[in-house]
Design a protein around this ligand. Structure first.
Ligand SMILES: [Cu+2]
Length: 284
């Protein structure tokens, strides 16, 4: 009984962790951040992330079905062909029907995975009708954001150090200058690196692109509603790799226009040696 009780403890713990995770996932969060003990993905806030999560569900269901089938077959073989029930070993070496089946069925499963998978790769590759372009440059160890459509406004975004964290800010995720974008617009994102390879990663928006020196890589996002969305550099890039978070602050159209007007003055004096020539990099 004692042993049995111990066996029950683990599922009970697992269930409580799942319950907390489910609660976190369903809570209408103003800020999309990693949650303690979360095991699922962050709630989706962009078409690309919704596509990623659908594909993830499809692949998971197929995987569970395959695991159940293989485990059941294995169990059957162990049970049906033991020494007692099957004293004389079979010498069967070929079975055409079986061989065709175990070749064709996996091929069909791969086709079922490949079609939505390729579709998603092309879907997240670029947007045809971009409302605006954001240029992202990875530096050791901060992000630089440029708005080539809006007088080449650009600024650096540094993590707030632990000792400077104020109420309402999130340790290791809050930054001095967030990336401000309008919600509900198609935003073209172009990433590049200034020194080493970084990776621009925002889980809830389905954005993940390398930031490679000498290359410009494209993706896009459409943030479904105003709010704060957090990400991090996702490619080990040196000592302070963990200190270059991403904070996307999505606002309404009107608020975006107001911010742009202020930003034009605020960041006007920032241009200096080493700043990127956005006009040359902007996609025409
Ligand atoms: Cu990094």
């Amino acid at each position: 009984m004692k042993h049995f009780r111990r066996l029950l403890v683990f599922p009970a713990q697992a269930l409580s962790v799942l319950a907390v995770a489910a609660l976190c996932a369903t809570t209408p969060a103003l800020a999309q951040t990693p949650k303690p003990w979360a095991i699922g993905m962050q709630t989706s806030h962009s078409p690309v992330e919704s596509g990623i999560q659908s594909l993830h569900t499809l692949v998971n269901l197929l995987m569970i079905a395959v695991v159940i089938l293989v485990a059941a077959l294995l169990g059957y073989v162990v049970w049906a062909f033991d020494k007692k029930r099957h004293p004389v070993a079979s010498r069967t070496s070929h079975n055409t029907v079986l061989e065709v089946a175990w070749t064709v069925i996996p091929v069909l499963i791969l086709v079922v995975i490949a079609i939505p998978s390729f579709r998603l790769v092309y879907f997240e590759d670029r947007t045809r009708d971009a409302d605006l372009t954001i240029k992202v440059t990875g530096h050791q160890w901060y992000w630089e954001y440029g708005y080539p459509d809006s007088q080449n406004i650009h600024f650096d975004s540094y993590m707030i150090a632990d000792e400077d964290i104020k109420a309402g800010q999130i340790r290791r995720l809050s930054v001095d200058n967030p990336l401000v974008v309008p919600a509900g617009k198609n935003i073209r994102i172009l990433t590049t690196g200034a020194d080493v390879i970084h990776s621009f990663f925002i889980p809830s928006l389905g954005v993940q692109r390398y930031a490679i020196p000498g290359r410009t890589i494209e993706t896009w996002m459409k943030v479904d509603k105003p709010g704060d969305y957090y990400g991090e550099c996702n490619q080990i890039c040196g000592t302070n790799h963990s200190a270059m978070p991403i904070h996307v602050h999505a606002v309404t159209d009107a608020d975006y226009k107001t911010w742009l007007d202020q930003a034009k003055t605020k960041f006007a004096s920032d241009a200096g040696p080493g700043s990127t020539n956005y006009a040359a990099l902007a996609v025409k």
